[in-house]
Design a protein around this ligand. Structure first.
Ligand SMILES: [Mn+2]
Length: 304
């Protein structure tokens, strides 16, 4: 794995339905994300925070809330993430709400085209984030980034990476899903996304889900993890805007992260939707940093 890490903060809640994810980057820094990673021998540069438009808190227009502002933020994220990859570094995007996964992953996809790499995306989330303006009940763009990446969304968003669609649905594995709108579910099936939902994890276990999600990676694969903190069960991670009961436990999430680390292929990461306004003494930020530490190689293994 690349040992040169760049932290990029994107302090906005422009695509969310609840305010507060704009404070996520600072809460993760307060929870010591930089020294924790440095403790594993990684070279960490904190690039500070990106700038973008304020949240005007308006109702949706044509099924989209704050579309112009979401475009501006995603362009800033796209350029920042792409610049770090071009420097040969491993970007960690600190959100911010999950609409920014579009800017981040479109940058990763562009980098993979430029360097002839294959791309695998693990989308750790309670939600499929596969809505469109027709299907969405809310107009919040943080429910749409995966659909946008696959070419279904407003033109000014889907074209940010310079190629439409930015990715193929075949490159994504969704894990932890347990809340999908009815129309969104039909669309996920239509696009043939590979989803390891909570029913699958209950029946087969996190280990089996991750073995399949990580299958067929090779030395030429760029592995991107988009970690929505609402992936976790709200018992361990209350500090998110859209909690859904019945998520992975602390141990299941640790296993997920450790198995990703074992591949040695992790090359970029998003940590999204942490909402300090809803957190309890920064506990969710601390759990997130704990899991990120495992993602970068902290292991509980005792076997030789
Ligand atoms: Mn999400």
């Amino acid at each position: 794995m690349n040992h040169r890490i760049s932290i990029i903060g994107a302090p906005t809640d422009i695509g969310a339905g609840v305010r507060g994810a704009s404070m996520g980057p600072e809460a993760l820094r307060v929870a010591n994300i930089v020294p924790v990673l440095e403790g594993h021998g990684l070279e960490v540069l904190d690039r500070g925070n990106l700038n973008g438009p304020a949240n005007p808190w308006q109702p949706p227009k044509d099924g989209y809330r704050h579309l112009n502002e979401v475009v501006a933020w995603n362009k800033a994220v796209h350029e920042a993430v792409h610049a770090e990859l071009a420097l040969g570094r491993l970007p960690i995007l600190l959100g911010g709400d999950h609409c920014l996964g579009l800017g981040s992953i479109s940058a990763v996809a562009r980098h993979c085209r430029e360097t002839n790499k294959k791309l695998r995306i693990l989308w750790l989330d309670a939600h499929a984030d596969f809505n469109t303006n027709i299907l969405t009940p809310s107009g919040n763009l943080h429910g749409m980034p995966v659909a946008c990446l696959c070419g279904h969304g407003p033109q000014e968003l889907i074209e940010i990476g310079g190629q439409v669609p930015a990715i193929s649905p075949k490159w994504i594995r969704q894990i932890g899903i347990r809340s999908v709108d009815a129309g969104e579910k039909r669309f996920v099936h239509e696009m043939d996304l590979e989803v390891f939902d909570m029913r699958y994890i209950d029946e087969m276990g996190m280990r089996h889900a991750m073995e399949l999600a990580l299958a067929t990676l090779d030395i030429n694969t760029h592995l991107h993890v988009s970690f929505d903190v609402d992936f976790l069960d709200p018992d361990v991670a209350p500090g998110v805007g859209t909690t859904v009961k019945g998520g992975p436990t602390y141990r299941e999430a640790q296993l997920c992260m450790e198995m990703i680390a074992d591949t040695g292929r992790l090359a970029s990461l998003d940590v999204m939707e942490l909402n300090p306004a809803l957190d309890v003494r920064n506990a969710t930020a601390e759990v997130a940093v704990d899991l990120i530490e495992s993602l970068f190689g902290k292991s509980t293994l005792m076997r030789k």
